[in-house]
Design a protein around this ligand. Structure first.
Ligand SMILES: [Zn+2]
Length: 310
């Protein structure tokens, strides 16, 4: 466990996903205990995963906060709650999304969605198999002890919703520190994709969140992956420029014929991707296409998307 600055500790777990690690944070509470932020993936042997971490703490965990419903953040919530007895706090909107994604998971709706967006049957089958495997590692909590709304406080940390990477993604802010989840990352850009049963314009949401980070201009953001972001406002500007560039590429990829999001993803990303990465690429292309539609630069047709004015 690393102490990043007084009262902020970080533990990192390996992940068997597209990204190979995730960070969880222990924030020293005003009682001298800890607030754990994010929980990595669920596991069959939670004791083996968490006991060494919990034993290294000099005080109990008093609360567990989940930033968002992705498996590497919410997945271990039930495990670590059982081991510590600590209450679990989750964003109200994020929890509703968690229920839709994991509690009401429907492989047929999921398959129909990707098929509609042009994904070939073999890739769709691969995705279903992958999500069957993944769900066994998502130990989310059906009834959190507290549902957090924007403006709420958790022991002096102010809750804010910064949408885009996930619809109801929450962050915690105190003084000039942001516990950022995956809203902003150093070195890599947070994935922003359009998924079934979610908000319709995640990239629009995300661009707003980046503006908000510029406005907050924290000294540092401690994120779910990679190194701390030491100039979050500057990084937000960089990521905004990246998306402007990607939007231009997506627009240019629309060459006259209506194209599905899957086809656009082949133009924007490498054609040689694993099933998981192709899902990210297609969802991300969809997010860009839907933003282009809202900006009047593309039009949705029955079969896919065309450039506006064609
Ligand atoms: Zn993550």
């Amino acid at each position: 466990m690393d102490e990043l600055e007084p009262g902020i500790f970080r533990v990192t777990f390996a992940l068997p996903l597209g990204i190979d690690h995730v960070h969880c944070y222990f924030l020293r509470s005003s009682n001298g205990g800890f607030i754990l932020v994010d929980t990595s993936l669920g596991t069959r042997d939670a004791e083996a995963k968490w006991r060494p971490v919990l034993d290294a703490l000099d005080a109990p965990v008093e609360a567990i906060v989940v930033t968002h419903m992705h498996p590497d953040h919410v997945g271990g919530a039930r495990d670590v709650a059982a081991l510590t007895g600590a209450p679990v706090f989750q964003g109200r909107e994020d929890h509703a999304q968690c229920v839709r994604a994991w509690g009401e998971r429907n492989p047929e709706v999921f398959a129909a969605y990707w098929t509609e967006h042009g994904m070939p049957p073999a890739t769709v089958e691969g995705l279903i198999a992958e999500s069957d495997r993944l769900i066994s590692a998502v130990h989310w909590v059906e009834e959190p002890d507290r549902l957090l709304d924007p403006g709420d406080e958790v022991d002096g940390w102010r809750v804010e919703v910064l949408r885009g990477h996930a619809d109801g993604h929450i962050v915690l802010q105190r003084d000039d520190v942001l516990i950022a989840g995956d809203t902003i990352l150093a070195g890599i850009t947070p994935a922003v994709g359009l998924y079934p049963r979610s908000r319709p314009d995640p990239l629009g949401d995300y661009l707003e969140s980046l503006r908000r980070i510029e406005e907050l201009a924290p000294r540092v953001a401690y994120s779910g992956h990679e190194t701390p972001v030491t100039d979050p406002a500057g990084r937000a500007r960089e990521i905004r420029a990246h998306h402007a560039d990607r939007l231009a590429h997506a627009e240019a990829a629309l060459n006259g014929e209506p194209l599905s999001a899957y086809e656009v993803s082949l133009a924007l990303f490498s054609s040689d991707l694993s099933t998981t990465l192709r899902r990210f690429a297609t969802a991300e292309s969809l997010a860009h296409l839907e933003r282009l539609v809202r900006e009047g630069r593309a039009v949705r047709t029955g079969r896919g998307y065309v450039k506006a004015g064609m």
